[in-house]
Each structure stands twice: as C-alpha cells, then as structure tokens.
Design a protein around this ligand. Structure first.
Ligand SMILES: Cc1cc2nc3c(=O)[nH]c(=O)nc-3n(C[C@H](O)[C@H](O)[C@H](O)COP(=O)(O)O)c2cc1C
Length: 207
C-alpha cells in the first residue's frame, strides 16, 4: 500500500471532537510503549507514598533530568510540591502485580509500601524512600511543575542513581536483565529484544 492509499483509507481525527474516554484510548494507543516511573515520595508528615506513572520521559542527560505527568492533583504531586523530592524506581516483571496494585487510589493517610507489600529502603541523597525490591532507582529533586492540559508536568533533576550489580553486563545496564515493565494501550508490555546488527540503521554520529 502506498502512503497516499494509507492516508486515503486512514481516519482523520480532530481530537477536540472526540469524547474524553475515546481520546484517552486513542492517544495512549499511539504513544507506546511507555516506560513506567514507579514514584515513591514522602508527605510532609513523613507518610510513605508509591504510585506508577507512565507519562514519563527523559528530558536531559547532562545533568540528567526526567519528567512525569500527573493527571490532576494526586498524592504523589502534592508530596513532590511539599518536599521537592521523589524517587523513580524501575519495576521489573517480578514486581508487576505490586506495581499495578500501587495504582489503586489509597487514602493519603495509608502507607502504600505497607499496603502493597514492598520494603522501603533509605535513599542516598533524598529523604523519600526507595523500593528495596526494585533493581534501579533514580533519586530526584524537583525543578519545576508546569500545568499542561489536564496534566501537571513534574520535571526532576536526577541527583543520585542506584543500579543493582545483577543488571550490569560488560560495563553497562543490560535492558534484558533490567526487564522493565512497560505500558501499552490496554495492557502491560515487556521488552522483547534488541534489534540485530543487520536490522539496525547504519551507524552515524548523533548530535
Ligand atoms: C501502569 C499505570 C500507569 C499510570 N500512569 C499514570 C500517569 O502517568 N499519570 C497519572 O496521573 N496517573 C497515572 N496512573 C494512575 C495513578 O497511578 C493512580 O491515580 C494512583 O492512585 C495515584 O496515586 P497517588 O495519589 O498516590 O499519587 C497510572 C496507573 C497505572 C496502573
């Protein structure tokens, strides 16, 4: 099929004309796969909080900055605004059930580490705890919160990184060993494989 045939048979969609649930379905099916930031925070009174965020990306690498977006005001966002700190834990497949459970809405006075059954471990630089069972953690300090549409884009500077020796191979993190869970449109996803050298584009210098 040529490009023009594809365009002719495709659907032209004005997002402003779609009902909200349909638009959510569509847009979250097109921006895939999404990595999941499993965000741990502390409230000002010291209550632990943990929740998954798939509106998550890398913003800069030097110094490293990441962004997550909270749709509306949630405990994670409230805690980040109050303490200006958070941890992004990387969940592998063995943690999928607990990660998923941590997405349920718990009252703010409950300790979500206890509710879902994961172990809090002290972070190195920030006060928010990390998830001991996760194989990698990025400790972050809040840079800014930008309201965008119904989202609140939280930009954090990564001030400390912890990676388990078990996911290192030959001096770098091996994605297959890290085995992060991903978000697809309706389901979770996993990494399957890297491209083979034959499938890769010819090497060139990135700017
Ligand atoms: C896999 C997954 C990804 C999610 N991604 C987001 C997201 O990117 N932004 C968001 O606002 N909510 C997201 N949610 C929903 C929140 O995790 C959920 O509202 C949670 O209760 C928020 O917890 P909190 O109030 O403790 O922050 C996601 C849920 C799941 C299960």
């Amino acid at each position: 099929m040529t490009v023009s045939q594809t365009l002719a048979t495709g659907r032209e969609i004005n997002p402003d004309a779609l009902p909200k649930p349909d638009l959510y379905q569509l847009i979250t099916s097109l921006v895939v796969p999404r990595p999941i930031a499993w965000v741990s925070t502390l409230s000002l009174s010291g209550r632990r909080n943990l929740a998954p965020y798939s509106y998550f990306s890398l913003v800069a690498d030097h110094p490293p900055h990441i962004a997550v977006s909270s749709i509306g005001e949630k405990d994670t966002l409230r805690n980040i605004r109050a303490t200006r700190e958070f941890v992004v834990n990387v969940a592998d497949r063995s943690l999928l059930d607990v990660l998923d459970r941590s997405g349920s809405s718990f009252p703010p006075d409950l300790d979500e580490f206890v509710e879902v059954g994961v172990t809090p471990a002290p972070s190195s630089v920030v006060r928010a705890p990390r998830v001991a069972e996760a194989k990698a953690h990025m400790e972050c300090r809040l840079v800014d919160v930008h309201p965008v549409g119904n989202g609140n884009l939280v930009i954090g500077r990564v001030v400390h990184i912890h990676v388990e020796p078990s996911v290192w191979d030959d001096g770098r993190v091996d994605s297959a060993l890290l085995d992060p869970v991903l978000r697809l449109s309706r389901r979770y996803g996993r990494l399957s494989a890297e491209m083979t050298p034959e499938e890769e584009p010819a090497p060139h210098v990135y700017t």
